[in-house]
Design a protein. Sequence first.
Length: 438
Amino acid sequence: MFTRIKSKSRSPFFAFVFIALFSASASADISQEQRTATYKQLEIFSNVLSMLQENYVEEIDTKEVLNGAIKGLLFSLDPHSSYLPPDNFKELQEETKGAFSGIGIEVTIKNDLLTIVSPIADTPADIAGLKSNDIIVEIEGDKTKNMGPYEAIKKLRGPVGSEVTLSIHRKGWDELKQFTLKREIIPLRSVKAEVLSPGMIYSRITNFQSHTSGDFKVRLEELSKTDSIRGLILDLRNNPGGLLHQAVNIADIFLNEGKIVYTRGRREDQNNTYSAHNNNQNNNFPLVVLVNEGSASAAEIVAGAIQAHKRGIIVGTQTFGKGSVQTIVPLPDGAGLRLTTATYYTPDDRSIQATGITPDVEVPFIACVQSPKETAEKRRVKEADLANHLPGQLESKKTSSDSKKLEKRLSEDNQLRTAFNILKSLNLYSEFKEVSYK
């Protein structure tokens, strides 16, 4: 049954809100025609709000309704623009500095679906086998359709030790699969670096936080004191991004001149160019960068800059393709806006948005049970396999535990194995050039 409601005149409060909103739109750099259209839409909004307050079956919470309207406004723009209520805004600020309790995934809206950008390394989500581009259909039985990223994150987080169940769809699966994960403290220690073999360094950056570049420099300095660095693998796989300036600082470590990245937006102050500095650091050793479909945003900036300057070899699979810049705008009540204000471009003028970085050497990840060496040895008979063969000098020497660990690690990660082989080749080539020109 329907009844007709007459619109009453708006209260002074709504008139005040309406005038404030219109003043804000009028101050923008838009035409008179656009201002008129904005005025009409704001008038409709004010009328609807007034009718809700006066005629809705139950008394409405005006603040809650207005917050919902703001969320809807930003949700209609792009997957990365959103309204952050005070508690969400506070969490976002804490994420760049400390830790949080959750399962360790970055999510976004892709094709109107709640999608995993990538799991953070060594977190419950990563250990459970969640992958980039997995679609989260339900969280604790609640459908995620029309659920924004920050609303989803709020549901995914909770007290340490508590559990959350996700219904996941993955390309190639006929049915949804459920994952029940126990929440843990997710520390934002974003840098890991270790020696793979003498002079060869492996470093993984899981995300770009406020301390990432500083931690990275410290680890490089520590490792260089033990042995001079003759090559480095920078692993950016499943790195969902983070702070732009930290990505610039990481790229700057390996580059001495030229652009790292530049941004372009509607406003002049959104057009920025970030360039490398001559740091006089001896960081010109061979470099290989590992990427995959979970490498996004800031990780793509680093890979794109290294590739454009031909400073290193990019190995892996096509990256995620998030090439937009978000600006955080604090609001007076403690809330905030996360607005997409620009797109970024690599030094050779490529936009990464929706396309990503194409590796120089494309290597799909394949889980290996046996190393290539073990497989090859099973296919052929060697002198050492013959009965009563004469012993050689090397037979008496046992392989070191470090070598065995390295061999096992490379056997389980074919992308890392490819990167390591390329790094050794680059190192040999650089040594050959030095000898040749002396």
